[in-house]
Ligand binder design. Structure first.
Ligand code: IFM
Length: 474
């Protein structure tokens, strides 16, 4: 049976009515216009200008020019039939120095974007923080400073007050693990600090920022749904040895349970605090009650599985940075990441859709009752632009299809999964990797800014239209 034929049949794996079919982006990765309409500098504007931080010295001054092309981009989303679009707000567009009054022109951009989406029946999902901290706040101490969490709550309240009548779905901090540990421990991301003890304060303050923001937004009494967003991994020990099992416990602790337990159980895992020893000195009375305020949903970004060993010296493939950096694994630097023997994406990340199902089942079991959303899932591959102008990306299509299948299986098993957002809608600036890694469903020519939906985008559009997938190939 050809792909064409199978796609015309009624799907065998039907997703629930109301399931959010979406795609995601983030402000710094797509907007460009970094010095327009009063936008202040963010830590990424500073970081990309430091030699050796980003592959080929690239930056996102122009990125894919979404700030000027948002109407065209929303039209493209409508053509693809997206039901939802997850984007982030650039904090320094709203408050150029991270505090004080709103920059009206910056807010106006997001207001126009929201209106454009609504006019096309696309549900806007706002993320308040996707790593572009105002530079002025970094100079005042950054995320290791507790005050940054309070500034964030003020900014969140401004945004929620301005858009909360039109935007129903909100999330606070995208991937606090990355913002804390890549930003302040390994230095792979902005602000590029390598201060492990400070990274633990950053992690806690990012969670506190979430909690304070939830409190401030809820106090406005609007009819919105608010979630936290974490990047989770499936994690396996390389062998059943005590050392490998302990390595898996440590990495699961720092990557997954540190955030999940704080958000959903109101405590940090005892074993992680014990691993950290004197570095676990960041909590004040009342913090965890704020952090664990009930959520309307938990947003999960899933990409891969880590296989870990307690024997030092394994290849650190899973966490490899493009440039020479420290370890993000505070207190567990001796753990090594080993090759799990699976095919990899262009990032070198192992492809394991079974890991997503495992994670979803685990969440439903260990952290019950909170609705779940896959807020990012996708893959970078070296796409091929053919002579007829189409972009062939069978590996990305297969990746997304396989992960959607596991989402369906998890729903069948009772997991309260409410949506799926592919990462990313369009090719964009992949942080320290620059433009070389393409995650988009839509190809972007960085010279002309021309957008061309890849085969995976057309397949995804068809899947959305049909509301589901075919069963596994026989
Ligand atoms: O591009 C990033 C995104 O900004 C956050 N989650 C992972 C993606 C791929 O690395």
């Amino acid at each position: 049976m050809t792909t064409q034929e199978t796609q015309t049949q009624t799907p065998e794996l039907v997703f629930p009515t109301g399931f959010a079919w979406g795609a995601a982006t983030s402000a710094y990765q797509i907007e460009g216009a970094v010095a327009e309409d009063g936008r202040g500098a963010s830590i990424w504007d500073t970081f990309v200008r430091q030699p050796g931080r980003v592959v080929n010295g690239e930056n996102a001054d122009t990125a894919i020019d979404h700030y000027h092309r948002y109407r065209e981009d929303v039209a493209l989303m409508a053509e693809l039939g997206l039901g939802a679009y997850r984007f982030s707000v650039s904090w320094p567009r709203i408050q150029p120095d991270g505090s004080g009054p709103v920059n009206a022109k910056g807010l106006d951009f997001y207001s126009r974007l929201v209106d454009e989406l609504l006019s096309r029946d696309i549900d806007p999902w706002v993320t308040l923080y996707h790593w572009d901290l105002p530079q002025a706040l970094e100079e005042a101490g950054g995320w290791p400073s507790r005050d940054t969490a309070h500034r964030f709550a003020e900014y969140a309240a401004l945004m929620h007050d301005a858009l909360g009548d039109r935007v129903r779905n909100w999330s606070t901090v995208n991937e606090p693990w990355c913002a804390a540990f890549l930003g302040y421990a390994s230095g792979e991301h902005a602000p590029g600090r390598r201060e492990p003890a400070q990274a633990m304060f950053a992690a806690h303050h990012l969670l506190l920022a979430h909690g304070l923001a939830v409190q401030a937004m809820r106090a406005q009494g609007k009819n919105t749904r608010i979630g936290g967003c974490v990047n989770l991994y499936a994690i396996s020990p390389q062998t059943g040895s005590e050392a490998d099992l302990d390595a898996a416990r440590r990495i699961d602790g720092l990557q997954n349970r540190f955030f999940l337990d704080a958000l959903l159980k109101g405590r940090y895992p005892e074993d992680v605090l014990a691993d950290l020893g004197p570095m676990a000195d960041f909590v004040r009375d009342g913090d965890l009650a704020l952090i664990s305020a009930p959520l309307d949903m938990l947003l999960i970004n899933y990409y891969s599985r880590f296989t870990v060993s307690g024997v030092p010296g394994g290849a650190a493939s899973a966490a490899a940075a493009p440039t020479d950096t420290g370890s993000p694994w505070v207190g567990s630097e001796h753990v090594s990441f080993v090759n799990g023997g699976r095919p990899v994406t262009a990032m070198g990340w192992e492809i394991d859709d079974s890991g997503l199902e495992e994670l979803l089942l685990r969440l439903a079991r260990e952290y019950p009752r909170v609705p779940l959303v896959i807020s990012e899932n996708g893959a970078a591959f070296d796409d091929v632009m053919t002579d007829d102008g189409t972009v062939s990306d069978p590996e990305r299509l297969a990746y997304i299809e396989a992960h959607l299948r596991t989402c369906h299986a998890a729903i069948e098993a009772g997991v309260p999964l409410q949506g799926y957002f592919a990462w990313s809608l369009m090719d964009n600036f992949e942080w320290a990797w620059g433009y070389g890694k393409r995650f988009g469903l839509v190809h972007v020519d960085y010279q002309t800014q021309r957008r061309v939906p890849k085969e995976s985008a057309l397949w995804y559009a068809d899947t959305i239209r049909r509301g589901g997938l075919n069963g596994p190939a026989q």
